[in-house]
Design a protein around this ligand. Structure first.
Ligand code: MGD
Ligand code: MGD
Ligand code: SF4
Ligand code: MO
Length: 703
């Protein structure tokens, strides 16, 4: 009999004869703290860290299946150099790391000489580990263009949070909430880490009212009290009308507004002048005025409450103001940063891993691309505009691109344009774990270690302050290297080796955790450090120009945009030739385009599909489970159809993840499902620079 007092994790380790390594999962961006059980350099089991508040011992299916990454025969194993001309899928030869570092350093030197360091850009996921590339290419080399993939992700949400609250990252205290409105945020399909999904269900159990506003009857809508099937791209109209009704009825929180909000009176006049009433919004949104009023009243009179967004409202050219309007609902009702509200994330004292002295830093002479492109308040690079800089030199030439853990050829709109872009680059470097579609277009491909093989220290995504650690559980696959070693190797060839002096990951991890209570040792032992969420800290954490919640946005006004949110129609409207509106949503069994080479997940969900309303299906002679052709003015795809009742007529919902070049990524993914991103032209939000994936009209017919 095992000792009943023993912790489950210790019992598992004992039974399996395995060593337990505390780490975190990186199969999706939510980084659940994780326990990895290792025997003979093999991952034999994984489970959530039972002490961590995020996931209390659990992982989702994607996390559980992720050990495959350590054994996937398709993993990149050594550096590779392109041997054929650009403009066709890459052919590569194996080279040594030394050759790779020399090749890259030589190119970087000549590009800096000819075009200046601003001609080099980095796009990546937003991990602290990418700091090593930022130290190298930003601090030392002098490029201001150190970007992430946010324009393809939560750009509008980030921007709304920044411009209203001066804070980059909203989280959600669902568990204490009594009234939750989710605007296209599919918490139970595309989960935001496990604790938020759990907390939402727990809130419901405790009697909270959950309202899901979404064109699709999503996994979350199915568990909600009410589903509001809104017309695509019209959330801004409904949220503004709700604000108008709440204010007209005097239901706003006058004390909170007086204390914390900037521009309330002007906003009230703005709503009146523009006539943003529930009656005005009803037809646009396909939601009747009485429902809008009832929801407005319910939201304003139930406390604590929360109006939350992710990307649903943001995939349109009007998504920036839609996002702002959804958050202004929180602001005028005093529902920000208290228990049960939208929560402005607390940060842990995690520092930079390297300390580059000021005198060693090269200051860029040109402004960063996003500003030069005309998006001064965009929180990141408008990715879809990058081809213009590369191909046309507008706003200035970009000649080299480092792509780390992101796959723009698959993930950004207008694949043709992205492919064209890679042809024009003098240097394209992919830091990848698999031969992605983007890696195939690059000059040089560098194999990175997966999160099972490397170290990382970063902010955790728990509601309260949290630091998490990833520790190498097994040896690197093949010759793969972690980002620190790659950046160091290039730095040495550039003559900057002294700034990458650490030999072991624990040395830079110590620097990063110098201010963390318990330091690196405790973090290694527990896998995380966290504090309970801090509420009601608005006086300290509003980082806007005025230190208030800016309903009147000075950031917008200073950049020549309308300081109050307006409603404008989205850009692409279906017509007689292309009568259906594209919408997208994620798959619960996969993450983005990361997991389609995992045979465990592919057994459960081997392909993606398009959902179509039964009335439209009848109109276009489409049967459930049939293969159909979706045609846009730009391209077409063949994909399986699911005929559903739960989707607003006139829209199709394409599940994102499979298709196109997954033949490049691996033997399992190859040929499965269809990829929609070449159906759309490039539409970029004019303020935030967000990719607008749903600005696309199509027609559908049986294949
Ligand atoms: N299982 C799983 N989890 C994930 C991911 C994954 O791929 N798989 N990806 C992770 C990432 S990177 C992210 S950014 C998040 C994304 O999290 P979400 O934004 O919640 O994910 P999506 O599935 O893209 O959800 C978009 C939703 O918006 C709806 N929608 C479309 N148009 C509109 C509209 O005009 N108005 C409204 N109100 N709704 C609309 C769609 O029907 C869909 O339900 O999820 C993360 N979690
Ligand atoms: N049509 C449509 N397009 C979309 C979306 C949509 O809903 N519909 N969603 C958008 C959203 S929300 C997002 S976030 C983007 C995501 O798109 P991307 O920014 O491209 O990111 P991911 O899909 O998460 O992963 C990209 C690459 O990371 C690699 N990778 C995985 N793990 C590691 C690792 O440990 N190290 C390294 N170096 N590489 C790794 C994978 O092999 C993959 O090629 O796509 C966007 N594109
Ligand atoms: S939610 Fe994301 S981070 Fe957490 S276990 Fe699942 S895939 Fe991993
Ligand atoms: Mo995302």
């Amino acid at each position: 009999m095992s000792n009943p007092g023993m912790k489950l994790s210790d019992r598992i380790a004992k039974i399996k004869g395995a060593t337990l390594v505390k780490s975190f999962c990186y199969s999706c961006p939510w980084n659940c703290p994780t326990e990895v059980y290792v025997r003979d350099n093999k991952v034999v089991y994984v489970k959530g860290n039972e002490d961590a508040p995020n996931n209390i011992g659990t992982r989702c299916s994607k996390g559980m299946a992720s050990w495959w990454m350590t054994q996937d025969p398709d993993r990149l194993k050594y550096p590779m150099l392109r041997t054929n001309a650009k403009g066709q899928p890459g052919e590569f030869k194996r080279i040594s790391w030394d050759e790779a570092f020399t090749f890259i350093a030589d190119k970087l030197k000549s590009i800096a000489e000819k075009h200046g360091p601003e001609a080099v850009a980095l796009t990546c996921h937003h991990d602290p580990n990418t700091q090593f590339y930022r130290h190298l290419l930003g601090d030392l080399y002098g490029s201001p263009n150190m970007y992430t993939h946010t324009s393809g992700c939560e750009m509008d949400r980030r921007s709304a949070c920044l411009t209203l609250f001066g804070h980059p990252f909203p989280m959600h205290d669902f568990v204490n909430s009594k009234y939750v409105i989710l605007w296209g945020m599919n918490m139970l399909g595309a989960n935001q880490g496990l604790f938020e999904s759990r907390a939402l269900l727990e809130a419901k159990k405790r009697g909270a009212k959950i309202i899901v506003v979404d064109p699709a009857f999503t996994e979350t809508a199915q568990k909600a009290d009410e589903w509001i099937p809104i017309n695509p791209g019209t959330d801004g109209a409904m949220a503004l009308a709700m604000c108008q009704h709440i204010i007209a009825e005097g239901l706003h929180d006058k004390e909170f507004v007086k204390k914390y909000c900037e521009g309330f009176d002007g906003f009230k006049d703005h709503l009146k002048d523009k006539g943003y009433t529930p009656e005005w919004a009803a037809d646009k949104c396909g939601v009747d005025a009485d429902t809008i009023k009832r929801l407005a009243r319910g939201f304003a009179t139930t406390k604590p409450a929360m109006s939350a967004i992710f990307k649903g409202s943001g995939y349109y050219t009007n998504g920036n103001d839609a996002g702002r309007a959804c958050y202004i609902l929180d602001a005028i009702c005093g529902q920000v940063d208290g228990p049960g509200n939208l929560h402005l994330k607390d940060w842990a004292p995690v520092g930079m891993p390297l300390d580059i002295p000021e005198e060693a830093k090269r200051k860029p002479e040109k402004e960063p691309l996003h500003a030069a492109m005309g998006y001064p308040i965009a929180p990141d690079l408008p990715n879809a505009q990058l081809p213009k800089a590369v191909i046309e030199g507008d706003p200035y030439p970009v000649k080299a691109l480092f792509v780390q853990s992101t796959n723009p050829v698959m993930s950004d709109p207008d694949r043709d344009k992205m492919l064209e872009m890679f042809k024009h680059l003098e240097l394209a470097v992919a830091c990848e774990v698999l031969m992605s579609e983007t890696a195939l277009e690059c000059d040089i491909v560098l194999p990175e270690t997966s999160f099972y093989e490397m170290a990382e220290v970063r902010q955790g995504l728990w509601l309260g302050a949290e630091a998490i650690i990833c520790q190498p559980a097994i040896e690197p696959v093949g010759e793969s290297k972690p980002p620190y070693d790659i950046a160091k190797g290039i730095a040495q060839k550039m003559g900057w080796g002294e700034h990458f002096a650490f030999e072991h990951w624990e040395d830079w991890a110590k620097t990063a955790t110098a201010d963390l209570p318990g330091g690196l040792e405790q973090l290694k032992e527990r896998g995380f450090w966290s504090q309970p969420p801090k509420f009601n800290k608005l006086a300290d954490c509003l980082g806007t120009k005025t230190g208030k919640i800016e309903i009147y946005s000075h950031a917008y006004a200073d950049s020549g945009f309308n300081p109050y949110p307006d409603y404008t129609e989205r850009s692409v409207i279906p017509d007689d030739d292309y009568p259906l509106q594209v919408t997208h949503s994620k798959l619960s069994m996969h993450c983005n385009i990361v997991t389609q080479n995992n045979p465990l997940l592919m057994e459960i969900c081997p392909e993606n599909w398009v959902e179509i309303n039964a009335s439209d299906a009848a109109k276009y002679s489409i049967e459930d489970d049939q293969m159909v052709v979706i045609e846009s003015p730009k391209d077409n795809i063949t994909i399986r159809a699911k005929v559903v009742q739960g989707l607003v007529p006139g829209a199709v919902s394409i599940r994102h993840g499979h298709g196109f070049g997954h033949w490049a990524m691996g033997s399992v993914a190859k040929g499965k499902g269809a990829h929609s991103n070449n159906l759309m032209e490039i539409h970029t939000n004019p303020v935030t620079g967000a990719n607008c994936y749903n600005e696309c009209k199509v027609r559908v017919r049986p294949a």
